[in-house]
Design a protein. Structure first.
Length: 165
């Protein structure tokens, strides 16, 4: 057993895709887990936040703001995890999709996601008057998605586990 390997398992929730070199950091995590131990990670699955995020991105681009590539797209399919886990020597790789979404009572709840969960840097590029206009226009279009039971908010997640050899 590796001297530093003293954990039975390790978990990385919605974090690997932020790393510039996922494989080397995952190898570091693997080095801390005993042989036969398990590594579990999760990320957003392809289609997460749609259609709300699509409407947001289309509108923000009309305001001259160009969003960066979303790094979570590097791990949004099962094949991405299988390739990454194989690269670092993990075996018995398994993936599972699960939608942990909800329904919003109103469009303002979606604005809180924009403001507090990763999109603020995009809307912060707008001036005060532009931001107010953007918010009004965007929330009006999001409000049209209300289906009588709320505004569906899909948070599709992809979980992947693998064993340390």
């Amino acid at each position: 057993m590796r001297p530093a390997a003293r954990f039975d398992a390790a978990n990385c929730s919605f974090g690997l895709f932020f790393l510039p070199d996922m494989a080397s950091q995952l190898l570091h995590i693997v080095s801390k887990v005993k042989p036969g131990g398990q590594i579990v990670a999760c990320s957003f699955y392809q289609g997460a936040f749609e259609p709300l995020v699509d409407l947001f991105l289309q509108r923000i681009q009309r305001y001259g703001v160009n969003p960066p590539e979303f790094t979570w797209c590097q791990l949004y399919l099962e094949t991405h995890y299988h390739a990454l886990y194989a690269r670092v020597g993990l075996t018995d790789v398994r993936t599972h999709r699960h939608d942990v979404g909800t329904r919003f009572d109103d469009a303002e709840a979606w604005w809180r996601v924009i403001w507090y969960a990763g999109f603020r840097g995009l809307v912060a590029q707008l001036g005060e008057a532009e931001l107010a206009r953007f918010k009004q226009e965007h929330l009006a279009e999001i409000g049209t998605l209300h289906n009588g039971q709320g505004i569906p908010f899909s948070v599709a997640a992809l979980f992947a586990s693998g064993r340390v050899a």
